[in-house]
Design a binder for this molecule. Structure first.
Ligand SMILES: O=C(O)CCC(=O)C(=O)O
Length: 246
């Protein structure tokens, strides 16, 4: 049932669009790094998190909402990127847009609470523990997004947790090539941007998911691949859009 995708995974995935429409999701494990990956393969340090959060910069967006940025919080990020590409069962999900079924412009993988005891890499547990200590939240799920190139993206949104809780802390660790990550007030207006990759951590806290939106826009310039590793809390069950694929 799995599609076997190697170096040109993006092309093959897109050739199978017809099948994705019928099944809603295609499992797309990738066993080799994309040709575009320019990581320093000679500098693959053992992954480790900086438990001191040195260099953390917190920005109060408004009375209720804050973000914290920690550049290069995870060391050995190139190795983590390569291992996640190879180990995760990447899924090509579809969504309904304007009455048409279209493939999401990125691949995804999900580890809910029931899978957190056996994460794809030990450092995923280390990250959850360090984040839990600093932000005083029991991070119990990980969502992975794989942006294969500049045409992959995620549109402006607030995470669905906003429907259940006003306050939530969401921590995103980025590995691979830096990509713009933008934040703006819900409903529009000027945006604030970060280039996230190579082990950077960006945390959104307070009522950010209600009052602010974030996105990873498409980029025209050549962009290498990036994976975001997103820690959330209180999402015992996978959100509906993931559930179809389990
Ligand atoms: O990839 C990112 O940095 C953002 C991911 C995201 O917005 C999401 O999973 O809801």
């Amino acid at each position: 049932m799995y599609e076997s995708i190697v170096a040109d995974g993006q092309d093959l995935t897109r050739r199978n669009a017809g099948e994705q429409e019928q099944r809603g999701v295609t499992l797309a494990p990738l066993h080799e790094l994309p040709a575009a990956w320019q990581g320093c393969l000679f500098a693959l340090d053992d992954p480790a998190v900086d438990r001191s959060f040195r260099g953390a910069a917190r920005v109060q967006l408004d009375d209720d909402c804050w973000i914290e940025h920690v550049p290069q919080w995870l060391s050995g990020a190139d190795l983590v990127f390569a291992e996640l590409v190879a180990r995760l069962e990447w899924q090509q999900r579809t969504v309904v847009m304007y009455e048409r079924i279209v493939a999401e412009p990125r691949l995804t993988a999900w580890y809910g609470a029931e899978r957190m005891a056996s994460p794809p890499l030990p450092v995923c547990t280390e990250m959850a523990a360090a984040l839990g200590c600093r932000y005083a939240e029991p991070f119990d799920s990980i969502g992975f997004n794989y942006y294969r190139d500049g045409s992959d993206s995620v549109a402006w949104h607030g995470d669905t947790v906003r429907h259940r809780r006003r306050m939530a802390t969401i921590a995103i660790v980025s590995v691979g090539s830096p990509r713009p990550f933008l934040l703006r007030r819900a409903g529009g207006g000027p945006s604030r941007g970060f280039a996230l990759g190579q082990g950077d951590l960006l945390v959104m806290g307070g009522a950010c998911q209600r009052h602010w939106q974030h996105c990873v826009p498409k980029v025209k310039a050549v962009a290498g691949p990036r994976i975001s590793i997103t820690y959330r809390h209180g999402d015992t069950f996978a959100p509906p859009r993931y559930r179809q694929a389990l």
